[in-house]
Design a protein around this ligand. Structure first.
Ligand code: FAD
Length: 413
C-alpha cells in the first residue's frame, strides 16, 4: 500500500488570506498592470542609457499614464479609512515591485509631495498642484545618511552633521531657496513637484531644517545629468539645483519645530512602502526559480528532483513569506495608530530588501550560467535588489536607528 501524499497548491501571494472583495479586485487589476506594463517596460528601460529614460519619446511616461487608469490616486487613497488604506498599500506596492522595482519606486516617489502635504495638515497644497509627478529631495552631496538621521540616533558621539548644502531663507511672506540636492533623488530629472527637506536660516539661527513644497517649474530650478547606475535603471535619478528660487511663504510645510516630526513621518511611510515593494521583488525571484527548477532538466531529471534544489526553494519560500507578513503587518499597524512606529517600518524595509537580495542571488545560482546572462531576467533582479540595500537609508544606518528607537528612554528619545 502506498502512503497518501497531501500537497497544497498555494496561490501566487502564498499564505496571504482574508482579502476583501475590494482588495482582491484591486490586487487583480494591479497585477495585470504589473504584468502588461511594468515588467516589459522595466526590462526595456533597463537597457537604455540613463539620459534616454526621461526623453520625451521614452516609454517611461506610459508607466504613469497607464497607472492613472487604475484610479489609485492619492486623493482616492486618502478617502479610505486608515486601516483599509494600510492594507491596500501593502497589496498594491507588492504587485508593483513584482512588476519592476525601479518603476515601483518611481510611482511611490511620485506620491511623496502629496503624502508629505497630507502628513503636515496641508491638503490645500494637493488641490493647488494636482496631478504633478513628485519626488522626495532630501539627501545632499555632503549629507546622505546624515539627512535621514537629523534626530542623531546614529550620529558618532561628539560630532555635528554640518551645514546643509541646500538652504531656505525666510524673508517676510516669501522664502528663498539656494543650493542643491544629491544625484540620488528618485524622479529628480522628471519630477514636477518636490518635497524638499533642507536647511533653514531664520532669526533663530542658520543651521536648522525645514520642509518646503517646490513646484519645479519655478524660476531658478535646474537639473543635473541623469545618473547612470547598476540597478533600478528604469528609475531616473539626478540632482536638482536651486538658484535663488523664490516662493510664497505658505509653501513651507514644516518649520524648524515641526521638522523632526515631518522627517519621522515621511521616513516611516517610505520605509513601509519599500518593505512592500521588495517583497514583490523577492516574490519575482522565487517564482522564476521555481518555474526554472521545474522546467530545466539535468542528470536526466528536472532540477526540482534534486534534493538540494528543493532545500534551496524551501528557504526562499520561507524568507519570502516572512518578508510579506512583516510588510503587511507594518503597514496595517502603522495605519491603525495615531503615531506610527518607525522601528517597525525600518524592520520591514531591512527585511524585505535583504530578502530580495538573497533570493535574487539564490535564483541566479539556481539558473546556473543562465542566471548571469542578460537573456534571462535574474541578473536584473539581482542588480535591482542590490540598490535597495542603500536606497531610503543604508540598511546599517537604519538598523542603528531602529535599535535606538527600541531602547530609547525619555532622556535620549
Ligand atoms: C536607488 C536609490 C534611490 C534613492 N532615492 C532617493 C530619493 O528619492 N531622494 C533622496 O533624497 N535620496 C535618495 N537616495 C539616496 C539614499 O537615501 C542615500 O544614498 C543613502 O541615504 C546613503 O547616503 P550616501 O549614498 O550619501 O552614503 P553615505 O551616507 O556616505 O554612507 C556611506 C556608507 O557609510 C555608512 N554610514 C554612513 N553614516 C553612518 C552612520 N551614522 N552609522 C552607520 N553607518 C553609516 C553607510 O551605511 C554606508 O555604507 C536613493 C538612493 C538609491 C541607491
Amino acid at each position: 500500500m502506498t502512503a497518501m501524499k497531501i500537497r497544497v497548491q498555494l496561490p501566487v501571494s502564498g499564505l496571504e488570506c482574508g482579502l476583501s472583495e475590494m482588495e482582491a479586485s484591486v490586487q487583480t487589476h494591479v497585477r495585470r498592470y504589473a504584468t502588461q506594463v511594468l515588467r516589459p517596460l522595466g526590462t526595456r528601460l533597463d537597457r537604455l542609457p540613463a539620459a534616454a529614460v526621461v526623453q520625451e519619446a521614452s516609454e517611461y511616461w506610459q508607466v504613469f499614464a497607464e497607472f492613472e487608469k487604475l484610479g489609485l490616486t492619492l486623493e482616492t487613497l486618502l478617502q479610505l479609512p486608515d486601516v483599509e488604506r494600510g492594507r491596500l498599500l501593502a497589496i498594491v506596492f507588492e504587485e508593483l515591485g513584482w512588476g519592476d522595482a525601479g518603476l515601483a519606486v518611481a510611482l511611490g516617489a511620485a506620491l511623496i509631495p502629496g503624502i508629505v502635504s497630507a502628513q503636515n495638515g496641508r491638503l490645500d497644497m494637493l488641490a493647488r498642484y494636482p496631478g504633478r509627478l513628485g519626488c522626495w529631495a532630501i539627501t545632499e552631496p555632503d549629507h546622505g545618511s546624515d539627512m535621514l538621521d537629523s534626530s542623531g540616533h546614529a550620529r558618532h558621539p561628539g560630532t555635528q552633521h554640518g551645514r546643509a548644502n541646500c538652504r531656505v531663507h525666510l524673508d517676510g511672506d516669501r522664502l528663498w531657496i539656494d543650493g542643491q540636492k544629491s544625484a540620488w533623488v528618485s524622479n529628480g530629472p522628471s519630477a514636477q513637484l518636490a518635497a524638499l527637506f533642507c536647511g533653514l536660516v531664520d532669526d533663530h539661527g542658520d543651521d536648522q531644517r525645514c520642509v518646503v513644497l517646490v513646484p519645479l517649474d519655478a524660476p531658478g530650478v535646474s537639473r543635473g545629468q541623469a545618473l547612470d547606475k547598476i540597478g533600478q535603471r528604469a528609475l531616473p535619478q539626478g540632482e536638482i539645483f536651486f538658484d535663488h528660487v523664490c516662493l510664497p511663504r505658505d509653501h513651507l510645510l514644516a518649520d524648524a519645530q515641526q521638522y523632526a516630526a515631518a522627517e519621522y513621518a515621511v521616513l516611516t511611510q517610505a520605509n513601509s512602502l519599500m518593505g512592500a515593494i521588495f517583497t514583490g521583488v523577492a516574490r519575482a525571484a522565487y517564482e522564476q526559480a521555481l518555474a526554472y527548477a521545474q522546467q530545466r532538466r539535468q542528470g536526466g531529471v528536472p532540477l526540482v528532483q534534486h534534493q538540494h534544489v528543493r532545500y534551496r526553494l524551501f528557504h526562499m519560500f520561507r524568507k519570502l513569506e516572512a518578508a510579506r507578513a512583516l510588510a503587511r503587518q507594518t503597514l496595517l499597524f502603522n495605519h491603525s495608530v495615531s503615531t506610527p512606529a518607525l522601528q517597525g517600518a525600518i524592520a520591514s524595509k531591512v527585511t524585505a530588501t535583504q530578502t530580495a537580495f538573497e533570493l535574487a542571488s539564490e535564483a541566479v545560482q539556481m539558473f546556473g550560467g543562465n542566471g548571469l546572462s542578460r537573456e534571462y531576467p535574474l541578473e536584473k533582479l539581482l542588480r535591482d535588489a542590490r540598490a535597495s540595500l542603500i536606497e531610503d537609508g543604508c540598511n546599517e544606518l537604519l538598523a542603528i536607528k531602529g535599535g535606538s528607537l527600541l531602547s530609547a528612554t525619555d532622556a535620549d528619545a
